[in-house]
Structure formats: C-alpha cells, structure tokens
Design a protein around this ligand. Structure first.
Ligand code: NAD
Ligand code: TYD
Length: 361
C-alpha cells in the first residue's frame, strides 16, 4: 500500500496546519477533500500550492460517490477526518448544517471507507486506519473541583455542535465494533495558533483589539477552557495514526486550563508590548462584557495521561510560548486576517483557482 492519505477538512484551521506539516515534512502525499464552507480557506495552503504531494479536491464528505472515487483512485493507507462544522455559536443559531455534515456526512464517509477497506488485500486491510478528529466538548461541562476528562468519561454533550460531534464519535465506534473498521478517535481540547478563523475567541480578540473594536466577553468570563497549540495537536494526531491501538480513544490536551478573561487579558498585555495603541492606553480598556452564550459550558479540561503513557506524546508548547507565537503570526499576517474578515479570501479562491478546475495539485 502506498503512503498516500486522504485528509478531510484540510482547508480549515487544524486541517490546514496538519496538511502543511505533513507535506512540508515529507511524510507523503495528501489528498485534501474540503467543501470550502465559510471556514475553508485555500489561502491557508498557498505554501504547498505547487507541491506534487498535495492534491486539493473541493467536495463534501457526504458525497459518497465522490469519496468512493477518490479512495479507488488514490488507494490511501489512511483517512483523517477533520471536516466538520465547528463553531458552537453558529450551532446555536442554526444547528442543521451541524447535523448534515457532522452526523450525516460522517456516516456517508464511513460507508465509503468501509466499502473501500472491505476490498483491500489482507495486508493493506490490517494496515489501514480511519482517524476521527473529535473534541472534549462531547463530555459536557465540568464542575470547578472535578477531575479532568478521561477517555472513559460518559458523554454528556450540551450544545448542538457537541451533540453532533458525539453522534459522529458513536458512529465511528460502531463501525469498528460491528464491521471491524480499524478506527482511532481523538478528543482534543481548544486549539489556538496560525490560520485560526477570527470567529473563535483568541483570533477574534487579536483582530478586534488591533481594529479598535470591543473585546466581547460572554457573561463573567470565568468559564474555563484547556488550550493546546495547534501544532502540538497535529503532532499528537500523527503519533496516534502511527502507533495508536485500533478501536481506542485518545484524549489530547495542553494541561493549560485558563478562564476566558485571563486569556483575553494575556492577549491584551502581549499586544500592549508588541503593538501599543496609538493613544498609549491599554488594549484591556476595550474589554466589554456581553450577554452570555446560551447553555454555556462552564469548564473543559483534558486528562492527557493515556496518550503520554502509551504513545509518549506530550505538548511541546506552554501556553506562554504558544500564545506568543500565535500573536506574532497574526501581526505578521494581517493580509490573511483582512482577506478573511472582508470576505476577500473567497474572491482570492476564485481568482487563483478558477482556471484549475476542481483539483489543485
Ligand atoms: P474549521 O471550522 O476551521 O474547519 C473545518 C473545515 O471543514 C473547513 O475547511 C470546511 O470547509 C470543511 N468542511 C465543512 N463541512 C464539510 C463537508 N461537509 N465536507 C468537506 N469539508 C467540509 O474547524 P477546525 O477548528 O479546524 O476543526 C477541525 C476538526 O477538529 C473538527 O472536526 C472539530 O470538531 C475538531 N476540533 C476542533 C477544535 C478546535 O479548538 N478548533 C478542538 C478539538 C476538536
Ligand atoms: P470559542 O473560541 O468559540 O470555543 P468553544 O466554544 O468551542 O470553547 O470560545 C472559547 C470560550 O470563549 C468559550 O467559553 C466562549 C468564550 N467566548 C467569549 O467570551 N467571547 C467571544 O466572542 C467568543 C467567540 C467566545
């Protein structure tokens, strides 16, 4: 079997970081299947635009025929599924897309993969992996003094987003239990880093601060998230793909629990030092408390002991080093942010890829 992998959702935040690292580090060929929703941005992949080890295909994971064709054509040794609707606030305003992609889409993807896998020879069948990228949000919300989430924690998803991810995790589990599909599932905490769409807390705050806009804190800002630098997440996924035990779940986290208000204040302090406001006032003056998110989960925290013990993975970045790298990236890539916030990245996609047909190698 060749070393080609299929990555879904590889034009989004984490998927793009994963694909860039995979191709740049020479791990092999990636076929990148992405629907290019509002969250998919081909500009994320410009560094590997002309790399023969990257094949971009615009399409939906729910398009079973297309996925079957790609599997037959490229004969991958693994499929890594990042594709999803991922923003909790959007899921509250309109859950339907979340059900379509995260639940129905994952089902069709699994069906196509099951058919392909069933037709492989014995050696390739044993070597094949379906890795499903999921979230800690499926476990629900922790009390202040509760122990962090372990892999055996019961699922208690609270938002339409986390419920749809939980449903997809269950399907993946069932395809292993029922059909023997060699699956791996990872449940990760909140990521941050380059190419993060500025609707999520950290990139939104960096963008709004520099634009002189309010920094919206939902409710008290005392909600706690466990933050992991995106490149650490990508390294963990590579490690699980390489050495994870089939059928197992691995929790991935940064051991970095922070209340939202502290994250925002840290960002303000870093920006005060790197790019002071023209009026000399602190960016923290822009902090504005706004109405809380409906059903807002109070606390997420990951116990990443299993992946450390069994696979030897540990995060390389602390929150302090990771957040500094992140702020630097946004300061150095203001054109990316401007293209995203103005919507120009969509025109950019048309301008640069219109003549290339659906595939970009
Ligand atoms: P994202 O929203 O930035 O990117 C999602 C990508 O999937 C986009 O490129 C989008 O175009 C694509 N996509 C959406 N629907 C599709 C479909 N039907 N077919 C094909 N492509 C489709 O998301 P992200 O933050 O990069 O998250 C990636 C994965 O990691 C998701 O499964 C998410 O649940 C999971 N996750 C995210 C975090 C986080 O903090 N961002 C943490 C843990 C787990
Ligand atoms: P977010 O980045 O949307 O990730 P998630 O909801 O998946 O954890 O939000 C992180 C935390 O920040 C969450 O508790 C909600 C909060 N938040 C704000 O306070 N203000 C904002 O403008 C956003 C987008 C999020």
């Amino acid at each position: 079997m060749n070393k080609t992998i299929i990555v879904t959702g590889g034009a989004g935040f984490i998927g793009a970081n994963f694909v860039l690292a995979w191709v740049k580090q020479g791990f092999g060929k990636v076929v990148n299947l992405d629907k290019l929703t509002y969250a998919g941005n081909l500009e994320n992949l410009v560094d590997i635009q002309h790399n023969a080890n990257h094949v971009f295909v615009r399409g939906d994971i729910g398009d079973q025929k297309l996925v079957a064709q790609l599997l037959a054509e490229h004969q991958p040794c693994a499929v890594v599924n990042f594709a999803a609707e991922s923003h909790v606030d959007r899921s509250i305003h309109g859950p339907e897309d979340f059900i379509q992609t995260n639940v129905v889409g994952t089902f069709h993807l699994l069906e196509a993969v099951r058919a392909y896998w069933g037709g492989l020879n014995a050696t390739d069948k044993t070597a094949f992996r379906f890795l499903h990228v999921s979230t800690d949000e499926v476990y629900g919300s922790l009390e202040k003094d509760e122990a962090p989430f372990v892999e055996t924690r019961k699922y208690e998803p609270n938002s339409p987003y986390s419920a749809s991810k939980a449903a997809s995790d269950h399907l993946v589990r069932a395809y292993h239990h029922t059909y023997g599909l060699p699956v791996l599932t990872t449940n990760c905490s909140n990521n941050y880093g380059p190419h993060h769409f500025p609707e999520k807390l950290i990139p939104l705050v960096i963008h709004n601060a520099l634009a002189g806009k309010p920094l919206p804190i939902y409710g008290t800002g005392q909600q706690i998230r466990d933050w992991l630098f995106v490149e650490d997440h990508c390294a963990a996924i590579r490690r699980v793909l390489e050495a994870g035990k089939v059928g197992e779940v691995y929790n991935i986290g940064g051991w970095n629990e922070k209340p939202n208000i502290e994250v925002v204040r840290t960002l303000c302090r870093i920006l005060d030092a790197k790019k002071p406001r023209e009026d000399g006032k602190p960016y923290a003056d822009q902090i504005t408390h706004v109405e809380d998110r409906l059903g807002h989960d109070q606390r997420y925290a990951i116990d990443a002991t299993k992946i450390a013990r069994e696979l030897g993975w540990k995060p390389q970045e602390t929150f302090e080093t990771g957040i500094e790298k992140t702020v630097n990236w946004y300061l150095e890539n203001q054109h990316w942010v401007n293209n995203v916030t103005s919507g120009d990245y969509r025109n950019w996609v048309q301008k640069h890829y219109a003549d290339r047909g659906e595939e970009m190698a």
